[in-house]
Design a protein around this ligand. Structure first.
Ligand SMILES: NC(=O)c1ccc[n+]([C@@H]2O[C@H](COP(=O)([O-])OP(=O)(O)OC[C@H]3O[C@@H](n4cnc5c(N)ncnc54)[C@H](O)[C@@H]3O)[C@@H](O)[C@H]2O)c1
Length: 331
């Protein structure tokens, strides 16, 4: 069997989560890895059996001309000519959300990839619970939705500053933002507001840049189909404050849904409650779908191609603009 030859760019936290699924696939092999942090490329080589490693995507692309697909898991400000090189070589790629901080770059990549197999890391589109919610909302008359993703501060350097991570809504809660689009279609306008009253910028180790992002925010989104959603994001709770029940509540006229983030779903209708627990490994399904699309050369087999994910990114950026200006932002 001819195996798909994969290269990994960025060998940090989330790449290791993808590798867990990739290593179970018999039709793919990881041949090369890149990261400026040598201890990470070394560990990734040991874990995956890759024979070649490079200090960045530049050397990787200079030396590898026989790849079938690339995984890109770098921080949001590090997308410098990585996707563009893949496009120039018609090389399918998977890239993690949020795909960049530069909206001009995202727009250019979105318009250049409509015929290329691309995949953005919206793993939640592959949850069985997401499929069920889509099925349920298709015949529900929904008015309001509210939801949240409130946690702590991930302690990596790029997460500490708003201009390197985009804030909790743009960086992490972008998953729920994307699910809202997957359920209700495109947004018409957004108003968002935020607060910075709880976290002491100096409460983190000295090795990290000084924290300056919003501790919490809330965004009110009006969708073109009339649904109004309120999405709360926060990164201020301590271990003592956990666990918070995050997810989405979708309220229709005759039925309502309570989605517990990546865990369960309750459906309330006519006095009855139906409870469903997540049964799938959505990350493995996500990676499998991407590789199947690569093999078939069919971009439509991916649930979150770049051009679609770009619209979620735009919505996140619009919410950030609203936080800055205090104005409602039209999409
Ligand atoms: N889909 C999800 O559920 C999910 C979960 C976590 C993180 N993410 C996203 O994945 C991205 C990476 O997050 P992470 O937690 O893995 O970060 P990380 O900081 O742990 O890893 C990023 C790695 O990229 C490397 N890198 C930077 N520039 C590079 C280059 N030019 N060539 C090669 N390597 C390079 C860095 O040295 C670092 O090791 C972020 O955008 C994050 O939002 C997605």
């Amino acid at each position: 069997m001819q195996k798909l030859k994969l290269a990994l760019i960025g060998c940090g936290g989330i790449m290791n989560a993808h590798v867990r699924g990739l290593l179970t696939f018999e039709d793919a092999e990881i041949v090369a890895v890149a990261d400026p942090r040598q201890e990470r490329t070394q560990a990734m080589k040991t874990r995956t059996g890759a024979t070649r490693s490079y200090p960045s995507h530049v050397e990787l692309f200079e030396n590898e001309d026989n790849l079938d697909a690339v995984y890109i898991c770098v921080e949001p400000t590090a997308h410098k000519n990585i996707e563009e090189t893949c496009i120039a070589r018609s090389l399918p790629f998977m890239v993690e959300k949020p795909m960049t901080m530069d909206m001009d770059q995202a727009k250019a990549i979105a318009s250049a990839t409509t015929n290329l197999v691309t995949c953005v890391g919206f793993q939640d589109r592959y949850l069985d619970l997401t499929d069920r919610i889509r099925e349920e909302v298709s015949d529900m008359k929904v008015g309001l939705v509210y939801g949240s993703w409130i946690g702590g501060v991930p302690q990596v350097w790029w997460w500490m500053k708003k201009d390197t991570c985009g804030g909790q809504l743009y960086e992490q809660n972008i998953h729920l933002l994307d699910q809202l689009r997957y359920f209700f279609g495109e947004a018409d306008k957004v108003y968002a507001t935020c607060g910075r009253t709880l976290i002491n910028p100096n409460e983190f180790p000295d090795t990290l840049p000084s924290y300056d992002t919003d501790d919490f925010s809330t965004a009110t989104i009006t969708f073109k189909n009339g649904v109004v959603a309120n999405l709360m994001s926060g990164c201020y709770i301590t271990k003592k404050g956990n666990p918070v029940r995050n997810g989405l509540t979708i309220i229709g006229r005759d039925k309502s849904l309570e989605y517990g983030l990546r865990s369960n779903l309750a459906i309330y209708e006519s006095g009855r409650e139906t409870k469903i627990t997540k049964q799938v490994d959505q990350m493995a399904l996500f990676d499998r779908a991407f590789l199947d699309a690569v093999k078939a050369g069919d971009p439509s087999m991916v649930r979150s191609p770049y051009a679609d994910a770009y619209k979620t990114l735009l919505l996140g950026a619009a919410a950030n603009k609203s936080m800055e200006t205090g104005e409602v932002v039209k999409l």
